[in-house]
Design a protein around this ligand. Structure first.
Ligand SMILES: [Zn+2]
Length: 390
């Protein structure tokens, strides 16, 4: 269905585009969500530039209500039935009905919340059983007394992400909000928390939720069983907060999930030097491609590449979700390791599109060929040779 929709750009209205863009979270093996982000471009202009001296040009600060809370933020996108607002803590809220009508414009400029403000409000939100640990880039909410293990895991993953991207010429720009990671005591508590956030997820070890901008995971199992997922979700968070993607732009899922898959292996964040490409490979994805596509040699491989570039349907269809993640990994990993200029072009091209601008199949295919400099068949061939070398 989504597939058809994406094929008919003319019928695609902005609301639909937004729904794809805002589907609320990234998680492995759920049929939900396109990535989205670069409000940051808009936001950079709106927020970071010297708004103080030209208040009239800046969008007004507004007061709005979520549940029983009065919050401050700036409007990002005004759809006929929904208003998207960026709150001071970096959360995106969707106001509908009464909430949309009941906003108050204030005569003041938008300022992101400070780390200390956010720490205080997170402590209040999660209560006495939890502590909020501050690191250079994160606010980690965890059950009291869990030490530095989680904060260090998030810091290490993030630093490795930035180093890897920078080395490949990807333009990194620090986000305006500290990243929030929430570690619940066990999986049952995590699912309750996801329910509270209106996120419908099953059989996950953690998620990154694009609207709240938080990673949610749990401390109830052996870390090594959930570490792959945590690194995957942490990579989404790093990408969305450091201008690799934009939270308010519709980004093709093969791009966002390719990045997530790339950062699953421990070797990607372990800091070992002198690693070969082979040692950075996602073995799960590689095996999947060996089984399903003869290592990339079968004709269906190019078809899968074309499907992923043109639409998100392969992710949404439960029959092909696993294949979608694996092929997306192969495409992004090939670009990152063998054609870094093209890798950077795909990322900057996708993140700098207009706010919630619809993205149809034809535009996706055209952009891809322009950024990568080759057609799909030739590209699929190059990826399959690369996979053979692993
Ligand atoms: Zn993901």
């Amino acid at each position: 269905m989504l597939h058809n929709t994406l094929n008919h750009a003319a019928t695609m209205n902005r609301t639909l585009a937004r729904h794809q863009a805002l589907s609320p979270f990234h998680s492995r093996f759920t049929a939900n969500s396109v990535a989205a982000t670069s409000l940051l471009l808009g936001l950079a202009a709106l927020v970071v530039s010297p708004v103080k001296e030209c208040r009239a040009a800046s969008p007004g600060l507004i007061e709005f209500t979520m549940g029983s809370n009065a919050l401050l933020g700036i409007p990002i996108m005004d759809f006929p039935s929904e208003l998207i607002v960026l709150a001071r803590d970096g959360q995106l809220h969707t106001l509908t009905g009464k909430a949309k009508e009941n906003i108050r414009t204030l005569d003041a400029a938008y300022q992101p919340a400070t780390t200390m403000e956010m720490k205080v409000s997170l402590q209040k939100e999660y209560g006495r059983e939890f502590e909020v640990v501050t690191t250079q880039h994160f606010l980690v909410v965890q059950p009291r007394g869990r030490g530095q293990r989680w904060p260090q895991l998030f810091e290490r993953s993030h630093r490795a992400f930035i180093a890897y991207m920078s080395r490949r010429g990807v333009k990194i720009r620090r986000g305006r909000f500290p990243m929030v990671a929430v570690v619940m005591p066990d999986s049952a508590a995590m699912y309750l928390e996801l329910e509270r956030m209106n996120v419908d997820a099953k059989r996950v070890a953690g998620i990154y939720a694009r609207e709240s901008n938080r990673v949610i995971t749990h401390d109830g199992g052996h870390l090594r069983f959930i570490a792959d997922t945590v690194r995957h979700e942490a990579a989404h968070q790093s990408a969305y907060n450091y201008n690799v993607h934009s939270r308010i732009v519709i980004t093709p899922r093969w791009v966002t999930e390719g990045i997530g898959q790339m950062f699953e292996p421990e070797s990607m964040v372990g800091g070992q030097s002198g690693l070969h490409t082979r040692e950075r490979a996602n073995q799960g994805s590689l095996n999947q491609i060996r089984v399903r596509y003869d290592g990339g040699q079968s004709p269906e491989f190019a078809d899968a590449v074309r499907d992923l570039v043109g639409a998100n349907e392969m992710f949404n269809n439960p029959q092909t979700t696993g294949d979608a993640y694996a092929v997306a990994w192969a495409m992004m990993f090939y670009l990152a390791e063998r054609e870094p200029d093209q890798f950077a072009a795909v990322l900057s091209g996708t993140s700098s599109r207009g706010t919630y601008q619809p993205y149809d199949r034809l535009a996706r295919l055209n952009d891809f060929e322009r950024w990568v400099g080759t057609d799909i068949d030739q590209f699929a061939k190059k990826v399959s040779w690369f996979l053979k070398s692993l």
